[in-house]
Write a protein that binds this ligand. Structure first.
Ligand code: UD1
Length: 335
């Protein structure tokens, strides 16, 4: 079965293509290469022993989407393509709403025209905003604190409304907590351009000597060691969660949203200690002021995904760190 994967050369999208392939689906990758390398397609071919169909186009390009739905027998769409830098979204909100929200509406219109009714959307735990209680379940209030988060919540609302208006639509939003890790082959991983904003690529790039040291954003949070606690989840676990969601699209009606996380929290210092244990490399760091917009703790309740999607994260922090490090060591300059 052909499934369209927008943003299929990006971090979570590319790993999901592997899991889809392993589960017997045929990914058709649709990516405008704005924040991904074409070399990812070669890496996927090495891992899967097969070169996936690839369309270089923008999700805002209705004609290109139409052509794609004509050329392939697409039965479901996995929609990853989006801008994802929180700070940038605050500086350039219109770009984020145009690209992430308007283009998602274009995609859904073209799905409607082509008779494709099944959609899995790459959402984020960022839709919850500042946690009011822990662990965070799907009923937690939604109060994003930046345009990136709002763009994710707005797309979820469009999906919800589309499913209410069309009883034959099935749509699932997957709210990721903190995706980290890499494919165990060491051939594919996170490939950020420029200075990483997120913790894990910064840690691995510091370990290779590409960055002088890690700056820990605050050690005065109300957490056991004072540093921020997050629910890190392996990207291959996320990838498998998408496959479970696609499978479910053929039985569940309407709109559903699920958290994808482990339910376990790790602090920044926990991550550094585990990293040293797993890799033998110690990462120099210093403590600096808190980063605006950060919260003390963010941990998922993954219970609903376990119950309905029959999915749970299987890889522990050691595996996440070991896989991230293998990838970073193999490709210190990225690809
Ligand atoms: C961030 C985004 C979130 C997005 C997620 C994607 C913000 C405010 N939130 O989440 O919307 O969905 O990435 O993965 O940007 N840290 C350091 N030093 C660093 C980098 C991070 O100490 O150089 C700390 C942070 O303070 C935090 C933890 O590491 O406690 C994780 O940070 P990060 O990887 O950026 O993820 P989030 O902030 O949770």
């Amino acid at each position: 079965m052909d499934v369209l994967v927008t943003g299929g050369l990006g971090y979570v999208g590319s790993h999901t293509c592997i899991a889809l392939h392993q589960a017997g689906y045929r990914p058709v990758i649709y990516d405008n290469l704005s924040n991904a390398s074409i070399v990812v397609l070669d890496q996927l071919a090495k891992i899967c022993g097969k070169r996936f169909s690839f369309i270089q186009a923008d999700v805002g390009d209705a004609l290109a989407l139409r052509q794609c739905f004509t050329d392939f027998s697409i039965e479901a769409v996995l929609h990853f393509a989006a801008y994802k830098a929180v700070g940038e979204s605050t500086a350039q909100p219109l770009n984020y709403y145009q690209n992430n929200v308007c283009h998602s509406a274009t995609l859904m219109s073209e799905m409607q025209n082509a008779g494709v009714r099944r959609l899995v959307f790459s959402s984020s735990a960022t839709v919850y905003g500042v946690p009011q209680y822990l662990p965070i379940d799907e009923n937690h209030s939604k109060a994003p604190t930046n345009p990136y988060g709002w763009s994710k919540l707005m797309v979820e609302q469009i999906m919800r409304d589309q499913c209410s208006a069309n009883a034959d639509w099935l749509a699932i939003a997957l709210r990721y907590f903190n995706p980290v890790g890499a494919h165990p082959s060491g051939l594919l991983g996170e490939n950020p351009s420029g200075i990483p904003n997120n913790l894990m690529p910064y840690v691995t790039q510091t370990a290779t000597g590409h960055r002088e040291k890690l700056y820990i954003y605050g050690n005065d949070y109300d957490t056991p060691d004072g540093t921020g606690v997050r629910d890190y989840v392996h990207v291959m676990d996320l990838a498998e969660g998408h496959v479970q969601a696609v499978d479910r699209l053929f039985s569940e009606q309407g709109f559903h949203a699920f958290n994808l996380g482990t339910g376990n929290g790790a602090s920044v210092l926990d991550v550094l200690k585990e990293f040293e244990l797993v890799t033998g490399v110690s990462v120099p760091y210093s403590i600096t002021h808190r980063r605006p917009g950060d919260v003390a703790v963010s941990v998922a309740s993954p219970a609903l995904a376990r119950q309905v999607l029959e999915w749970h994260a299987q890889r522990d922090l050691k595996t996440m760190l070991g896989d991230s490090w293998r990838w970073q060591s193999n490709y210190p300059e990225g690809i």
